[in-house]
Design a protein around this ligand. Structure first.
Ligand SMILES: C[C@H](O)[C@H](O)[C@H]1CNC2=NC(N)=NC(=O)C2=N1
Length: 91
């Protein structure tokens, strides 16, 4: 099981546009249309399933909020930082 990261490791490892919120990292992606957000969420879901590490996705109007934490480890791990970067690559 992945180990939780220290505060400094999280700060240093957070991809641009991502923020820490307690035991989660979060980014809200903005889109030109609702369906563009839905399509992004579907792609993110596929990346997550491939990694078998699953975010909380909240689809809003022209935006998608993505929250990541490692439930089994009880905090933020390298898996969360890695998946965040992979979601950004979908843009
Ligand atoms: C049994 C456990 O749910 C699985 O090993 C995976 C599934 N997806 C997961 N996703 C996230 N975010 N954290 C986990 O600890 C996790 N565990």
């Amino acid at each position: 099981m992945a180990e939780t990261l220290s505060d400094d490791e999280i700060t240093e490892g957070l991809p641009e546009h991502w923020e820490r919120d307690g035991d989660e990292i979060v980014r809200t992606y903005e889109f030109d249309s609702y369906l563009a957000g839905v399509g992004f969420a579907a792609g993110a879901g596929g990346v997550a399933q491939d990694a078998f590490h699953h975010p909380e996705l909240t689809i809003g109007y022209e935006e998608v909020e993505v929250r990541l934490t490692s439930h089994e480890a009880g905090g933020i791990t390298e898996q969360d930082l890695d998946l965040a970067a992979r979601f950004d690559d979908l843009l």
